[in-house]
Design a protein around this ligand. Structure first.
Ligand code: ADP
Length: 645
């Protein structure tokens, strides 16, 4: 091979190298470059050969370069150039780029030549910078997590923590944190008394934490000595490490405690309110019982009839007392509904029955007001509705009594029933005074009397509010239409009993409720168990007006039972709240004795609670009457029972 051929072969060899090659002679002049060096620096070979190598270096580094060259000449060996320095190359167009240079000496007879392998590391530097930026980004993200964060590697050594972790547990580790084992962290924090172990021994606490860390499920809750509550949540990472977050739950826990306490206080207050209302109702009803009872007796006294003026005054007493009683009942009812204390029993209810009951109750009021009340012909095949019978009757009674009240003498009230596919609507239509448009908006809100506040018609403004809430409790709704001076139509809709059999039409519902008491002479014994003397006095007076009744009274349930066993009366009237044994228990005892079990017992109590009524039904009272006694109601029951015997 000729020298020239050899030369060419070397040339090809260095041209095929991936790096740039520049060979510099002892005088610092470039004597050889390869293609990569040409492209890298942007010079054609011809412009480089013979030039000082400083041409390829940025100006600011040029002055010092000859020193480096001569230093290299003294200890020439293959090594990277400028270790630890950022080396830069300078292109022909004066732009700079980062380079890595490896130097090798070539010893010749003309001195030491230096071959420099040059690599453009712009891309690598850029990627490194990007990776650094991404890393910084991640670190600052982790650091901005307010909760403590720690990442463990496969060997359970700490790889990464944030500053909250450093503050919380970093100190206990002493020295560098990264690289420390999870178990070291546990042991040191236990030794440093970081945690409040409660009832646990340090070994138990350690075992619990380690077990959770090994197989994390849910969260682990720990308390620090400083009273903070930490929730530790560990999760395995895809790289078989573990990421652990320690959330400070102290505030949440405090808030939850506060909420719980507030709820308990509110519940206690609500219970106290119910209790207060119950006892207030009882306390108010008992004296009202005497007021209304004696007023009624005076009014009906046939032996010493009252004068016109006295009757008029008694009428005022009765009206005032009744109003007060209604107010007590309604406020109590509304507050119970609002406190969620009213349970609705949804069961199939046949409308004709309910309507009959409502009509019977409304009739006396209608008669007094000179208003006629009727039920329109009911639709054929009227299915039962799903409702609470008592509560549905209460709504209809309310609409009905309003229709009579807000009417005029000679007015008409009609109950109409229309059937939809899902529900049945009962409308109470009147031709009374109607409601002016500007008074209609709040009519279903409590204490809104739609302009009647100052009028002569008594009311509380609560009835419609109760009706609406009750209807909603029964999955129904209420509404109305009205025209001032023409009349109103209030309606309630309740769901139809889909499975209920079709009902035959009730063509007409009787509206008469005349109560003529039995006048037969045989003596009827009635035992009245009651501890309140004024109630006993009232009952005596009432019974004295009724021929043929002998009243025996007992102040306690125990005496009452004895009295009943001894006299075998036709009827027992039983107060419920008695000293010692309650009326409920007494009634149960009587029902259990063969000689007394068939004697009807009427419960008479001031406690107008649904729960009591439900209990009364269980006990099997013949009737459950509330005080104040409505004379008509009581005499009707007496007639019913005594009339039979
Ligand atoms: P109140 O005890 O005052 O009757 P309600 O809640 O039953 O209370 O009724 C609220 C108000 O609605 C009444 O005060 C009355 O102004 C008006 N109202 C209710 N029903 C009728 C009706 N049928 N005709 C005219 N006004 C009525």
């Amino acid at each position: 091979m000729s020298d020239r051929e050899l030369d060419l072969q070397y040339r090809e060899l260095i041209d095929s190298a991936p790096d740039g090659f520049v060979v510099v002679g002892p005088d610092g002049a470039i004597i050889l470059v390869n293609i990569q060096a040409e492209t890298m620096f942007g010079y054609p070979r011809s412009e480089l050969l013979g030039q000082q190598v400083e041409l390829l270096i940025p100006h600011r580094f040029r002055a010092k370069h000859p020193q480096h060259v001569s230093k290299y000449a003294h200890e020439p060996r293959t090594r990277p150039m400028g270790s630890g320095l950022e080396l830069m190359g300078r292109r022909r167009d004066a732009t700079e780029f980062p380079v890595e240079i490896s130097l090798s000496p070539i010893r010749t007879s003309k001195g030491v030549f230096v071959s420099a392998a040059i690599r453009d590391v712009s891309d690598r530097k850029r990627i490194e910078a990007e990776a650094r930026r991404a890393n910084a980004f991640l670190l600052s993200a982790v650091d901005s997590i307010q909760d403590a964060f720690v990442l463990y590697d496969e060997e359970d050594r700490i790889v990464l923590v944030n500053s909250t972790f450093r503050e919380m547990l970093g100190r206990t580790l002493q020295g560098p944190i990264v690289g420390r084992l999870f178990t070291e962290l546990v042991d040191r924090s236990i030794a440093d008394n970081v945690f409040d172990l409660g009832d646990e021994t340090p070994a138990e606490f350690r075992a619990r934490w380690c077990a959770y860390h090994q197989l994390p499920n849910g969260a682990l809750e720990v308390r620090t000595r400083t009273g903070r509550v930490l929730r530790i949540v560990d999760r395995p990472t895809a790289e078989h490490g573990t990421v652990s977050v320690m959330l400070d739950m102290t505030e949440e826990r405090l808030r939850a405690d506060e909420l719980r306490r507030a709820r308990e206080t509110a519940e206690a207050a609500s219970a106290a309110k119910s209790e207060f209302l119950a006892s207030m109702s009882h306390e108010l009803r008992t004296p009202l019982n005497a007021v209304l009872g004696f007023a009624q007796l005076l009014q009906r006294d046939k032996k010493q009839p009252l004068s016109e003026r006295q009757l008029e005054r008694i009428e005022h007493v009765l009206r005032g007392g009744e109003h007060l009683l209604k107010l007590i009942d309604e406020v109590l009812d509304l507050s119970r509904i609002e406190a969620g204390g009213v349970t609705i029993s949804a069961e199939p209810v046949t409308l004709p029955d309910v309507l009959h009951e409502v009509m019977t109750t409304l009739e006396p009021m209608a008669q007094r007001a000179g208003v006629s009340v009727a039920v329109s012909v009911l639709p054929t095949s009227l299915a039962p509705v799903i409702a609470d019978r008592t509560r549905l009757a209460q709504i209809l009674m309310n609409f009905g009594s309003n229709a009579i009240k807000y009417n005029r003498s000679g007015g008409h009230v009609r109950f109409e029933v229309t059937r939809g596919s899902e529900s049945v609507r009962i409308t109470v239509v009147d031709d009374g005074i109607g409601i002016p448009p500007d008074k209609r908006a709040k009519i279903f809100e409590p204490f809104h009397r739609a302009g009647q506040e100052t009028g002569p018609i008594q009311g509380t403004g609560i009835g419609l509010a109760i009706s609406k809430r009750l209807a909603e409790l029964m999955k129904g709704r209420v509404g109305f239409e009205s025209e001032a001076a023409k009349g109103s139509a209030f309606w309630v809709e309740v769901p139809v009993d889909q499975v209920g059999a079709a009902m035959p039409t009730a063509p007409h519902v009787e509206t008469s409720a005349d109560s003529t008491l039995v006048t037969a002479v045989p003596r009827h014994k009635v035992v009245y168990v009651e501890d309140n003397p004024s109630n006993i006095a009232f009952m005596r007076e009432l019974m004295a007006d009724l021929p043929g009744i002998e009243l025996l009274t007992a102040p306690t349930a125990e005496i009452g039972i004895e009295l009943v066993r001894a006299h075998h009366p036709e009827l027992v009237i039983m107060d419920i709240n008695l000293p010692g044994m309650s009326g409920f228990d007494a009634a149960k005892q009587l029902a259990g004795l063969p000689e007394t079990k068939s004697i009807p017992i009427i419960a008479l109590t001031a406690a107008a609670f649904v729960r009591d009524q439900a209990r009364a039904q269980d006990v099997g009272f013949y009737r459950y009457l509330t005080k104040p006694v409505k004379v008509d109601e009581l005499t009707a029951v007496l007639e019913e029972i005594l009339g039979k015997s």
